[in-house]
Write a protein that binds this ligand. Structure first.
Ligand SMILES: [Zn+2]
Length: 291
């Protein structure tokens, strides 16, 4: 039996005060005569909770893999960038890369996790043209030998004979209303599949997108084409970043937020189980104002 696991995650926004940050991160500071002295980073309470979710999710994927090969796809915005100067952990650009590199620690030193593919995120969060993802790929390759890391705006990877995943940062949102949740994502995959056939190419079986910080799994199931039934799946990925002022504005004060990693099992060249290791959090502040 051949079995591999795909781990899909996105939007860690290193450097933001509610972005992902490993508590082991050390940032350089100078001592009294200018010698660089690594200093432990100070996490916000939100970041401590977020790191615990992330650490658990990586462990859950590794447990699910049970020693089988894992390929990690990160769909972009590994750093927060400097276009929006509010809520930064520091003003130094280099710090964002150091924090983002430490965020990969839980995946490292595992003999079954050697392949990583990064999608380039939004320019404003990645110092333009995917700079963050490109720099991080180099940093990780230098720090750990034997890794296969590549960066693309929009990648298609064949992960087993005939099984392909299409990954990119930007994609559809979850929908404006609860009763429309997922509709745009469903239209999106239907369109992608039809478009691929129209131009004479085989559609991918899996699609994943970041950017919207929202978890949606939609599918085009039992699609009859050329005498056979086909299934297609799309995931918009939750983030590992909380909401700052812009997030509350852009989501019209969404009361819930999702975080997590989606694992996809491929067995003997067929798609197996989907394991969404995700967390839904009520982000409102609840209180009782009576005696
Ligand atoms: Zn993002």
């Amino acid at each position: 039996m051949s079995r591999i696991i795909l781990a899909l995650q996105s939007d860690k926004h290193a450097g933001h005060v509610v972005g992902l940050c490993n508590p082991a991160t050390m940032l350089p500071a100078d001592d009294e005569v200018g010698r660089p002295t690594p200093m432990p980073v100070a996490l916000t309470p939100f970041q401590e909770a977020l790191w615990e979710m992330y650490r658990q999710d990586v462990e859950a994927v590794l447990d699910f893999a049970d020693g089988d090969k894992v390929i990690v796809f990160d769909c972009g915005d590994q750093t927060h960038g400097h276009k929006y100067p509010d809520n930064q952990m520091s003003n130094r650009v280099a710090d964002q890369f150091i924090i983002a590199r430490y965020n990969w620690e839980p995946w490292m030193r595992r003999s079954n996790v050697l392949t990583f593919r990064f999608a380039k995120g939004t320019g404003s969060h990645t110092f333009g043209e995917g700079s963050s993802e490109m720099i991080l790929a180099d940093m990780l390759s230098l720090a750990w030998q034997g890794l296969s890391i590549d960066v693309h705006y929009h990648g298609v990877a064949e992960v087993a004979q005939g099984i392909r995943i299409d990954y990119a940062h930007h994609g559809p949102g979850p929908g404006m209303r609860d009763w429309t949740n997922g509709n745009q994502v469903r239209y999106y995959i239907k369109s992608l599949v039809l478009e691929q056939r129209r131009i004479g190419k085989n559609p991918c079986q899996l699609y994943c997108r970041g950017h919207r910080h929202a978890f949606v799994h939609e599918a085009l199931l039992s699609d009859y084409w050329d005498g056979e039934l086909h299934d297609f799946h799309v995931f918009t990925l939750p983030s590992y970043c909380g909401m700052g002022a812009y997030g509350h504005q852009a989501t019209f004060s969404a009361p819930y937020q999702w975080f997590g990693t989606v694992a996809v099992e491929i067995i003997d060249g067929e798609i197996g189980r989907f394991k969404p290791f995700v967390h839904c959090r009520d982000i409102r502040t609840w209180e009782e104002l009576y005696e």
